[in-house]
Design a protein around this ligand. Structure first.
Ligand SMILES: Nc1ncnc2c1ncn2[C@@H]1O[C@H](COP(=O)(O)OP(=O)(O)OP(=O)(O)O)[C@@H](O)[C@H]1O
Ligand code: SF4
Ligand SMILES: [Mg+2]
Length: 335
């Protein structure tokens, strides 16, 4: 069993007065292997963060999930954090400035995390001194100069880039098998962002954890992801090897994201970006949810629900190729 994370038909809905008011996840399917970095991309509101939060059992109040999530082979109870989930997954947020509590030193906050996670199981009995050494070790692993000083610092005393490194160290102190990074570089300037991505790559090579990298930035995906899953309106609409998807996108939405749609579509206008936006609320969708924005939509798209299927010809003659799938009823015609 080489899959670290398996998500099958994950749905999340919100209800108001007993009625479904929004269904932001409508059957997400994705997998992450050991040591693999999967990029989860899509426009704002498409369900990236909800997917990550569902894996952690940290969905917002009122969210009703269904489907399956297997972590390291173990089925997770949806909708509530399992006591052992923290040993398996860790989350790094977009804004390192708000992720730490301003009134405690970084060392105290990281020590509390280690103490909590090491109070039972294999690490029982780590005393204060051992925990401190453990935290300092990780501060060093993430490339922070002078770990002792960082340990004793308050969050406001560090720069954004340093805080993001400390945040990654805090996620790693429990030695998780899966790291979920939700827009880890969005709040950072370009140079620092690049260093953080390089750090994630280096740490992955050293510790062999899997990574779910949530981002709206395809440049970030190109930089470090092995595979990519493109999300649209609560579903994965295309997935494959990074190179495959970025150089030969199959789904019209991915083509739109990449500005790779044909320069002229049926009405004769130029189409660089995708016009329109993700529906704000999803309830009772029929047919392809992308149809209102799709330049190649046909009558059938309004009634048929496209499934995620293998892109024809994508892996021809290459038995070891990563599966390339797309959820568009015209996938076959597009190649
Ligand atoms: N607490 C909530 N109550 C009701 N609907 C919610 C709630 N949280 C999220 N949603 C719905 O779920 C959708 C997806 O949210 P999510 O945070 O996963 O988007 P995202 O892809 O991470 O977007 P962004 O790129 O802006 O972070 C939202 O557009 C919203 O409709
Ligand atoms: S199924 Fe139809 S509307 Fe949906 S992406 Fe394909 S062509 Fe466009
Ligand atoms: Mg988000």
């Amino acid at each position: 069993m080489n899959e670290l994370l398996v998500i099958e038909d994950l749905e999340v809905e919100f209800r108001e007065r007993g009625e479904v008011s929004n269904q932001p996840l409508r059957g997400v399917n994705l997998r992450i292997g050991r040591g693999e970095i999967l990029g989860v991309v899509g426009e704002t509101g498409c369900g990236k963060s909800l997917t990550g939060l569902a894996v952690l059992g940290l969905l917002p109040a009122g969210a009703v999930p269904s489907g399956r999530i297997l972590l390291d082979g173990a089925e997770q109870e949806l909708g509530r954090p399992s006591p052992h989930r923290g040993d398996v997954v860790s989350l790094v947020f977009q804004n390192p400035g708000t992720a730490f509590n301003p009134v405690f030193t970084l060392g105290a906050q990281m020590d509390a995390v280690v103490a909590r996670h090491r109070s039972g199981g294999g690490g029982r009995g780590l005393d204060r001194k051992a925990r401190r050494a453990h935290v300092l070790d990780y501060l060093e692993q993430v490339g922070l100069p002078d770990p002792e000083r960082v340990y004793a610092s308050y969050p406001h005393e560090l720069s954004g880039g340093m805080l993001q490194r400390a945040m990654i160290a805090m996620a790693l102190v429990c030695e998780p098998k899966l790291l979920i990074l939700d827009e880890p570089t969005t709040a950072l300037d370009v140079t620092i962002a690049k260093q953080i991505l390089e750090l994630v790559l280096a740490l992955r090579d050293r510790f062999d954890f899997g990574v779910m990298l949530i981002t709206h930035n395809l440049g970030v995906v190109r930089e470090i992801c092995d595979r990519v899953a493109v999300l649209y309106a609560g579903r994965v609409i295309e997935t494959g090897g990074t190179e495959q998807v970025l150089t030969a996108p199959s789904h019209p939405y991915t083509r739109g994201l990449l500005g790779a749609l044909p320069a002229r579509h049926r009405s004769g206008e130029r189409l660089d970006a995708i016009t329109g936006s993700v529906p704000a609320r999803l309830v009772g969708v029929t047919g392809c949810v992308f149809a209102p924005r799709c330049p190649i939509a046909i009558e059938r798209c309004l009634t048929e629900d496209p499934e995620l299927v293998e892109v024809p010809g994508a892996a021809d003659g290459d038995a070891g190729a990563v599966a390339h799938t797309s959820a568009c009823i015209r996938t076959g015609e597009l190649r």
